[in-house]
Design a protein around this ligand. Structure first.
Ligand code: GRF
Length: 193
């Protein structure tokens, strides 16, 4: 089995979509654990329902970001992880985890990077008035939504769109593109066919 860990902070629709794709396609991939910095987040409940181990603590329980990430690292080291998959994880990953997992941490962003990085990629693209936005899957390098791009998919902004309609279409694209991109990475590593 190829073990992956998912980091999330909120709703967890990408987490659920990944779990579903893995099951439906009978992939030799196991979501070994969920790491969540918001114990009350819906994603925690979803992981419990699926029987996926959860580590959930708030940053403020720790002295600083480094000790927080060291605690996460201790949890992650229980598993022989191939990838760390950020899916709506609202904290910057720092050197503790980046150093322990080089070339192993991926993120998904709801815009065509390097345009519209940050927390409000969908709203920012909509407000700017671009006609095409999209979704980016990329490696993590310690910046905010920077790092080499693995895959992108364009999503047009339609004349009668509002932010909610656009967000729905972006999320639908995310849910397939993330799984496809992870498979692409694992194929390149010759871990799956
Ligand atoms: C997604 O739009 C993702 O691109 C961004 O955070 C959002 C998470 O949504 N990084 P969900 O929690 O997976 O529903």
């Amino acid at each position: 089995m190829i073990n992956i860990a998912i980091f999330a902070s909120g709703t967890g629709t990408n987490f659920i979509a990944l779990d579903q794709h893995i099951r439906e396609n009978q992939m030799p991939i196991q979501i070994a654990c969920l790491i969540c910095d918001q114990p009350d987040a819906p994603v925690v409940k979803k992981a419990h329902e699926l029987g996926i181990p959860v580590w959930t603590h708030r940053l403020k329980e720790f002295e600083n970001k480094a000790t927080y990430e060291q605690a996460i690292l201790q949890e992650l080291q229980k598993y022989d992880l191939e990838l760390i998959v950020l899916a709506g994880y609202m904290k910057i990953i720092t050197n503790v985890l980046l150093g322990a997992y080089p070339q192993a941490i991926v993120n998904i962003h709801p815009a065509l990077l390097p345009s519209f990085p940050g927390r409000h990629g969908i709203e920012d693209a909509f407000e700017y008035g671009v006609k095409i936005t999209g979704v980016t899957v990329h490696w993590i390098d310690g910046g905010i939504d920077t790092g080499p791009i693995i895959a992108q998919q364009a999503v047009p902004i339609l004349a009668d769109d509002d932010v909610d309609k656009l967000a729905q279409r972006i999320h639908r694209v995310e849910h397939d593109l993330y799984f496809d991109s992870l498979c692409q990475v694992l194929k390149q590593r010759k871990l799956i066919k």
